[in-house]
Design a protein around this ligand. Sequence first.
Ligand code: BDR
Ligand code: CA
Length: 314
Amino acid sequence: MSDTRKIIIDTDPGQDDAVAILLALGSPEHLDVLGITVVAGNVPLALTERNARIVCELAGKTDVPVYAGCDRPLRQKLVTAEHVHGKTGLDGPQLPDPQMQLSDGHAVDFIIETLRKEDTGTVTLCPLGPLTNIATAFEKAPDIVDRVQQIVLMGGAYFEVGNITPAAEFNIYVDPEAADIVFKSGADIVVLPLDVTHKALTTAPRVQAFRDMGTDVGRMTAEWTDFFERFDKEKYGSAGAPLHDPCVIAYLLQPDLFSGRHINVEIETKSDLTRGMTVADWWRVTDRAPNALFIGDVDADGFFALITERLSRL
Ligand code: BDR
Ligand code: CA
């Protein structure tokens, strides 16, 4: 198991978060999911923590601990995205009530304790929602920052600019102060922004491949996709919807599917107009030091083939 990478998935499920979790849980020879930490984002915390447990049960992996974390951003009111994900956050298929219990303790403490317990540089954080839990952990225990192997996160945009405001992507917009703390932390950061997720669209044949698995996981994934793609199809006039969060897990499994640039990324926290914008120096026009690998491209067919293969194991 020495090639197995230890990860903590920090998430606000969300249909695309759910597919990301399934992709990780379907890849045990590559990824050891130490825990799932949940944050408020797409829907309030009471729903995101419930949804995380539903997804673990669907995958048959009830031994993965799920911890509830922060129920609101550091300094502002929670903004949610029911208009994309539906009232529950996982609208689409009929879902059972989860039987699996939440783990005791706060997600932030789990992140801190895990990073202190495991060898330095062996735990990767995978944020798929607002960065509130991660920033809170870094503020509470600054010693853990140097112990993080890598942060591979979904958030931000440069070429695609914004999806929740004209200037900002949802995960960063919900908690820009938290994002600012994380991007300034000095940790090794990989960013999967809208620029890349908008190139990974759920076209009809790709969704049919999920359905053709003939399993509950395949059917649910297809029904989730059917539900949330209506929003992006209407908005962008695209053939399907971007499967944002699975890009994070796919990057860990097969980094050669992706390409990007090592650049400086700063978070706008002050302006009313552009709050939550990721000011990415893609063209390297400043002398600000690079602090992130900002991904810009993906082999979309390879990405969907990977998801289909891994989900079909569950
Ligand atoms: C991000 O926002 C959420 O709606 C999705 O789950 C994804 O993490 C995309 O902007
Ligand atoms: Ca998410």
